[in-house]
Design a protein around this ligand. Structure first.
Ligand SMILES: Cc1ncc(COP(=O)(O)O)c(C=O)c1O
Length: 393
C-alpha cells in the first residue's frame, strides 16, 4: 500500500491461481502474464465455462476491488457478447438495417458487425463530417442538396472523400436497396480514417466513408414544443457552418433543455442575435406576416431551410405571407414573433409555442406554421420529381 506522500503505484494484475493471491498486490511496473497462459481466478468463476482468461486483483488490500474480474474474450466470444447487447430481435427488425464501410468496401447486414475502428480519427479526434438523407416511399428526398453540403463540409475539414460524388450517391442508393427499407433515414460519414492516435490524419491511411440505413417512420408533427435559451456558448461561424461530428455543444444544449423540462434549446450569439437549435434551424413569422430566418453565414444553414425559402413563396402568392427573407434577428424581436418553428430534414417542421416560459404569439400553433408544414409534406410525399431520387429495389 502506498504510504502518505508516496505516489500510488498501479497494481499488478493478478492472473494466476489462488495460491499466489497472498502476494503483495502492489508493485511497479505492473506485470502481465502473456494472455494465452492466463487462467481463471479462484478456480471456476461466475463467468461462462467457455471463458478461460480472467484478470483480477488479489484479495486483501484496500485500494483495488478484489471482486473486479475482467474477462479476456476470444473473437467469437466478443461477437457473442456484442450480439447479446442488441435488442432480442431478428436482424430485419433491428432499426439498423444495413451499413456500408469503405474499409471492407461493402455492405454489412448484421448490426453486431456495424462497427468502426477505435483508432479512426473520427472517433478519437472528431475529425469527421456527416450528413443525412430522408428515405420516403422508396425515394431519397433532396439528396443532392445534402451531398453538396457533405462535400463542402469535407473540404472545410480538409478530408478528401475516397470516392467521387456519383459513387457516393450510388453507394447510398445501393444501401437503401440492401436495407429493403422504403421509409427511414440514411446517415453517412466521412472520416480522415484509422491508423493511429495522433492529431493530424494518419499518414498511411485513406479517408473512410461509412453509411447506415435506419428504419424510422415519419409523421407530421402537430404539437407545439417548449424551448429555452441555452447557456452553452455558440460555435464560432467557421465550425458552425460545417457539419462535423463535433456535436458536444449541441448535445449539452439539448440536455440543458431537457433538464429544464423543455424539448430543446435556442442558441443566441454574442451579439444578441438568434442562431439555431442543437440539430435544427429556426424560423419566425413576424406580426407583419414576414417569414424570417437567421442569416446563413453563422449557423449550419440547413437543406430544409433552403427549400423553405423557395416553398414559402407560394404563401406570398395566396396572401398568407407578406415576404420571406434571412437577416439578423435579435432575441427580443424573435421572442415577440407571432409564430416560431424548428426546421430540419428529419422533422421537417416543428412548431415552437413557448420560449423561456413565455408563449410565442398566443401560445398555439399558428396558421403560417400549419401552411408551411402542409407545403413540406406535399413536397416530400407527392412533390416535384426533381428533388426525389428513386431507389430501384
Ligand atoms: C446544428 C444543425 N443545424 C441545422 C440543421 C438542419 O439541417 P437540415 O435541414 O439540412 O437537416 C441540423 C440538422 O442536422 C443541425 O444539426
Amino acid at each position: 500500500m502506498a504510504l502518505p506522500g508516496q505516489p500510488t503505484l498501479p497494481p499488478t494484475l493478478h492472473t494466476s491461481s489462488p495460491s499466489s493471491s497472498s502476494s503483495s498486490s502492489f508493485s511497479s511496473p505492473p506485470s502481465f502474464s502473456p494472455l494465452p497462459s492466463l487462467s481463471p481466478l479462484n478456480g471456476s468463476s461466475k463467468h461462462s465455462s467457455k471463458q478461460n482468461n480472467v484478470l483480477g486483483f488479489a484479495a486483501g488490500h484496500e485500494k483495488w476491488p478484489s471482486e473486479l474480474r475482467i474477462p479476456v474474450y476470444s473473437t467469437s466470444e466478443v461477437i457473442e457478447k456484442m450480439r447479446g447487447k442488441l435488442p432480442n430481435k431478428q436482424v430485419d427488425e433491428h432499426p439498423y438495417r444495413a451499413m456500408y464501410s469503405s474499409l471492407i468496401g461493402g455492405i454489412i447486414l448484421d448490426p453486431t458487425l456495424m462497427v468502426i475502428p477505435i483508432d479512426d480519427h473520427m472517433v478519437h479526434r472528431g475529425h469527421g463530417v456527416f450528413d443525412t438523407a430522408l428515405l420516403i416511399n422508396g425515394c431519397l428526398y433532396d439528396m443532392d442538396s445534402h451531398l453538396d453540403r457533405f462535400l463542402k463540409s469535407a473540404s472545410a475539414a480538409k478530408i478528401s472523400p475516397p470516392y467521387p460524388r456519383e459513387t457516393i450517391k450510388g453507394i447510398l442508393l445501393f444501401l437503401a436497396v440492401a436495407s429493403k427499407l422504403k421509409t427511414g433515414s440514411i446517415r453517412y460519414w466521412l472520416s480522415s480514417g484509422p491508423g493511429d492516435f495522433l492529431v493530424s490524419p494518419p499518414r498511411n491511411s485513406t479517408p473512410t466513408f461509412y453509411s447506415v440505413a435506419i428504419a424510422k417512420e415519419f409523421n407530421r408533427i402537430l404539437e407545439g414544443v417548449k424551448v429555452i435559451t441555452t447557456t452553452i456558448p455558440t460555435k464560432p461561424p467557421k465550425f458552425a457552418t460545417m457539419k462535423t461530428v463535433n456535436y458536444l455543444p449541441n448535445v449539452l444544449s439539448k440536455m440543458e433543455a431537457e433538464e429544464k423540462g423543455a424539448y430543446s434549446s435556442i442558441w443566441v450569439d454574442d451579439q444578441g442575435y438568434v442562431a439555431e437549435g442543437p440539430n435544427c434551424n429556426i424560423a419566425f413569422v413576424s406580426k407583419e406576416r414576414e417569414l424570417l430566418l437567421p442569416r446563413p453565414d453563422k449557423i449550419l444553414f440547413g437543406c430544409t431551410s433552403k427549400r423553405l425559402l423557395i416553398l414559402a413563396n407560394k404563401l406570398i402568392g395566396n396572401g398568407i405571407l407578406k415576404s420571406v427573407r434571412t437577416r439578423d434577428i435579435s432575441v427580443e424581436e424573435a421572442k415577440g414573433s407571432a409564430e416560431m418553428m424548428f426546421v430540419s430534414s428529419l422533422i421537417p417542421i416543428m412548431p415552437v409555442v413557448d420560449w423561456d416560459g413565455k408563449p410565442i404569439g398566443d401560445g398555439n400553433i399558428g396558421e403560417v406554421t400549419r401552411a408551411i408544414s402542409d407545403l413540406f409534406w406535399e413536397d416530400i410525399i407527392s412533390g416535384t420529381q426533381m428533388l426525389k431520387t428513386e431507389v430501384t429495389y
